[in-house]
Design a protein around this ligand. Structure first.
Ligand SMILES: [Zn+2]
Ligand SMILES: [Zn+2]
Length: 308
């Protein structure tokens, strides 16, 4: 599982930062990509990667500000001609998204050659996507903006074949039968399967924020607890906490302090304003503790199992 940054900027694109688009690469797990936010130039960014649009089956929109959605109509339209024919797509997002896309397609005469479904999201929604649990939480922004938390299912433990061999049970279809039932019988004795299977591996958890003020309530922090990767905005990189609050955004040190109350694996700050020059960004990066990074376009973060 990997997290790829296609756009790390805030508000307005710069030469080095596109506005917000991310990809959660779950190709190894379920052979597809989750696309999160769809800024302008998303298509061009994708062309500079090995990502195939046909493998994007689920899109998650955090909120309807232009720097997060203006690339969606173009992406959806091009996908028809980039191997996406007949491969359905589901778009999750706030109310109003479907209406905007329908209007854009109607007025521009755009037709798709695959089925598209829009799912309106709201606070507290939970979706099951091919075994992944996706939870939605309302954030605190000038318009409704959402956090998406992606949780991979736990991986069942492996059969302890050494132990079974010692008992005289040789490998074969019987192993599959043992694994799929709670108990098994051998030479007239009933055994509990759990004693012959190693502990399951915990699934990974990735939390991706839309634009937001720092949120301090317990339910929100509980939702983030134990994340392997948290992606949070840091529109303000240095001081100006009051200004960040006024404009419904976050200041980096305030986020760090807030998240210090929970345990997590890695933290990635994105939505970086182009008011900060490269030198300033470098200075901030130098001071970040290990496991905490500032996003740049095209960086990729590997999310190992048991990263905490
Ligand atoms: Zn934004
Ligand atoms: Zn916004």
């Amino acid at each position: 599982m990997k997290f790829k940054v296609l756009g790390s900027g805030a508000g307005i694109p710069s030469r080095t930062r596109n506005t917000q688009s991310f990809v959660l690469d779950v190709v190894e797990e379920i052979n597809q990509y989750f696309l999160i936010d769809t800024s302008e130039a998303l298509q061009h960014r994708i062309l500079d990667t090995t990502i195939r649009p046909s493998k994007i089956r689920h899109v998650f929109i955090t909120h309807l500000h232009g720097d997060h959605i203006l690339g969606l109509p173009g992406f959806l339209s091009s996908r028809s001609h980039q191997g996406g024919e007949g491969i359905p797509l589901i778009v999750y997002g706030p109310p109003g998204l479907e209406e905007w896309i329908e209007t854009t397609f109607r007025t521009s005469g755009t037709h798709l050659n695959y089925a598209i479904q829009f799912v309106e999201v709201g606070n507290g929604d939970v979706f099951d996507i091919e075994g992944f649990k996706v939870s939605v939480q309302l954030l605190d922004h000038a318009i409704d903006s959402f956090l998406y938390v992606f949780e991979e299912p736990d991986k069942p433990g492996a059969l302890k074949s050494d132990k079974l061999r010692e008992m005289g049970i040789k490998p074969g279809p019987i192993y599959k039968q043992i694994k799929s039932s709670k108990t098994f019988e051998h030479e007239g004795i009933i055994y509990n399967t759990c004693d012959y299977v190693s502990a399951p591996t915990a699934g990974r958890k990735v939390a991706v924020h839309g634009d937001t003020r720092v949120i301090r309530h317990k339910d929100y922090l509980d939702m983030l607890e134990g994340s392997d990767l948290i992606v949070h905005e840091a529109t303000y990189l240095h001081g100006e906490q009051e200004k960040a609050h006024l404009y419904y955004h976050s200041e980096i040190n305030d986020v760090l302090f807030n998240l210090s109350q929970i345990s997590y694996g890695q933290l990635l700050f994105s939505h970086i304003s182009n008011r900060y020059d490269a030198e300033m960004v470098r200075l901030v990066e130098e001071q970040l503790p290990s496991g905490i990074k500032l996003a740049h376009d095209f960086i990729e973060i590997t999310i190992p199992r048991d990263s905490q």
